[in-house]
Design a protein around this ligand. Sequence first.
Ligand SMILES: [Zn+2]
Ligand SMILES: [Zn+2]
Ligand SMILES: [Zn+2]
Length: 143
Amino acid sequence: MRNATDALACLQENGYRITTTRQAVNDVLYRLKGPFTIEELSDALPGIGRATAFRTVRLFQDLGIICRVNLEDGSARYQLASTGEHHHHFICTECGVVTEFIDAHIDQAVNRQAQGANFELNAHTIDLYGIGSCCSKKCSTNS
Ligand SMILES: [Zn+2]
Ligand SMILES: [Zn+2]
Ligand SMILES: [Zn+2]
């Protein structure tokens, strides 16, 4: 298994060929669909070590195939990106459903702030937490 891990790392440095590991991870991604933890992904891939699974996830993340979502408690979830474009997330704190949205105005504002602060911006993420329509109660009591 060590060799497979090393070979995968080497492949990543030299290009993005389809390996059996990547193929297996890819299959599971489409099977899991919703936000998953690295542990859940790893459990669904009994033949693949957690480190390898993590590395493959990282590559997929860099390529924009999947998104990393940070939950309120600081733990990370991953899910397939619905778009290859840069986007932001609504995260339902009740059920964990992640919805994506694109807003060029937000990104312009972020870039303006960075420029104003002489900050060389490499990337940013915006995760919004709350109760999604998936979980909001229709007959809510007055609060
Ligand atoms: Zn996303
Ligand atoms: Zn943005
Ligand atoms: Zn929800």
